[in-house]
Design a protein around this ligand. Structure first.
Ligand SMILES: NC(=O)c1ccc[n+]([C@@H]2O[C@H](COP(=O)([O-])OP(=O)(O)OC[C@H]3O[C@@H](n4cnc5c(N)ncnc54)[C@H](O)[C@@H]3O)[C@@H](O)[C@H]2O)c1
Ligand SMILES: O=P(O)(O)OC[C@@H](O)[C@@H](O)[C@H](O)[C@H](O)CO
Length: 385
């Protein structure tokens, strides 16, 4: 069995690559990072280390790498023969890989009529659907019907904290022990890929929203408030009682929405929250606040972890999302100079003010009730120092 995986980064090697290896796939990693790809081809294996007191190691074999900038035709050939395609490149990179993926899939249509599932493993709602939309922009009109009948793009939710790596070996990746990979079974074409660790569900919405609006909302609160208060890692931020209390209060807000929308039992959801907070406090992981805060323009997007639940809180519960608004206020002030999105955000804030920048980045209407709530929290944040 052949897998093609785009993105040989933290989650690609530390999670997707690991489960594909366990399921006996040969994995071709496609990336633009030449150092990583060269090393994959040189070593033909790498190590995943579980970040807990035992530091158990697992060797991932049966791999090769292709640099898609240098060898796009090799990527096309790999797609023609693939039994599954996965991605973990980041939401903003999906439109970039779409062209080469479309080329590979179009070539495959001529040679191989086997159904194929393409699963985007990104932190976003509707990641695979977005990839499909972007891929279709590059597909000939005459191929579109055949394309739709053979290729499936099931959405997915993936959960495993994989921080930036500081190991001596370039490919080694330390990961938290916990993981979850949920795939929308209703969109699968052909036989469901048999990958131990993948949970197939008929309706992904509750799973992706629960994950994004709990793990990633909580993480974002710790990162933006942590950065605001001068902490370097998520653990340092969470060890601060003000930050951990704000994370918990924010997750109460998102929890109330999720419980109302999806009927999760309150007790079960509270246990889910507790487990996530314990994961943020894992002493065996050092996760920079700047990794978790990365890409504030994306994270302030209208369907992402802060704005979407804040709007649902207003719409469904008819209550002000005070704590989500505080996190949004902190995100708007995120000015890490090495993050291009943070720099761009601060330029917008300089020109348009906080309210103007928020309106633009989060695509809010001028009269959105969220804007004054966030403005109040910007003032409140100043008092936290
Ligand atoms: N790290 C985590 O804890 C975690 C957990 C769950 C989900 N995710 C999601 O997984 C995705 C990847 O995150 P990550 O933490 O692994 O990031 P990462 O930066 O470690 O990995 C991304 C990889 O994509 C590669 N890439 C960039 N442009 C490319 C292109 N045009 N073609 C092919 N490869 C390209 C990069 O070189 C890099 O190796 C994101 O959507 C993230 O939200 C991450
Ligand atoms: O990957 P991002 O930038 O969307 O979010 C940063 C972290 O919250 C994220 O990578 C988590 O570590 C991960 O989603 C845990 O499953």
């Amino acid at each position: 069995m052949q897998a093609v995986h785009f993105g040989a980064g933290n989650i690609g090697r530390g999670f997707i690559g690991m489960l594909l290896n366990r399921a006996n796939y040969h994995t071709t990693f496609v990336d633009v990072n030449d150092a990583i790809i060269s090393e994959i081809n040189k070593k033909q294996q790498y190590t995943v280390v579980l970040a807990d007191e035992n530091k158990q190691e697992e060797t991932i074999t049966n791999i090769n790498g292709i640099n898609s900038k240098d060898n796009p035709s090799e990527v096309v050939a790999a797609i023609v023969n693939a039994d599954i395609i996965t991605t973990a490149v980041g939401p903003t990179v999906l439109p970039i890989i779409a062209k080469l993926l479309a080329e590979g899939l179009s070539e495959r249509l001529q040679q191989n009529q086997q159904p194929l599932n393409i699963i985007a493993c990104e932190n976003m709602i509707g990641g695979s659907e977005l990839l499909k939309e972007k891929v279709l922009e590059h597909v000939d009109l005459k191929d579109k019907t055949a394309f739709e009948s053979i290729f499936a793009f099931p959405n997915a939710a993936v959960d495993r904290i994989v921080p930036n790596q500081t190991n001596q070996e370039l490919l080694t990746v330390a990961v938290e022990p916990y993981y979850e990979w949920v795939v929308d079974a209703s969109a699968i074409k052909g036989v469901k890929p048999n990958i131990t660790g993948v949970t197939y569900v008929d309706d992904l919405k509750p799973y992706i929203e629960r994950k994004l609006f709990t793990v990633n909302t909580g993480h974002a609160v710790a990162a933006y408030l942590g950065y605001n208060l001068g902490f370097e890692t998520i653990k340092q931020a969470m060890d601060n009682s003000k930050v951990s209390s704000l994370v918990k209060s924010t997750l109460k807000e998102t929890g109330n929405i999720l419980i109302t929308q999806y009927g999760f039992k309150e007790e079960t959801h509270n246990q889910y929250i507790e487990k996530i907070i314990a994961r943020f406090l894992n002493p065996h992981i050092s996760d920079d606040v700047t990794r978790v805060a990365r890409g504030p323009l994306r994270k302030l997007g209208k369907n992402d972890r802060l704005i979407r639940p804040a709007i649902l809180h207003l719409e469904i519960l008819n209550e002000e999302p005070t704590f989500l608004a505080k996190a949004i206020a902190a995100a708007l002030q995120y000015d890490y100079a090495a993050d291009a999105e943070a720099v761009s955000l601060q330029e917008k804030v300089k020109v348009k003010g906080f309210a103007g920048a928020l309106r633009e980045v989060s695509e809010l209407p001028t009269n959105s009730p969220l804007i004054p709530i966030v403005e109040t929290q910007i003032e409140q944040l100043k008092k936290m120092h």
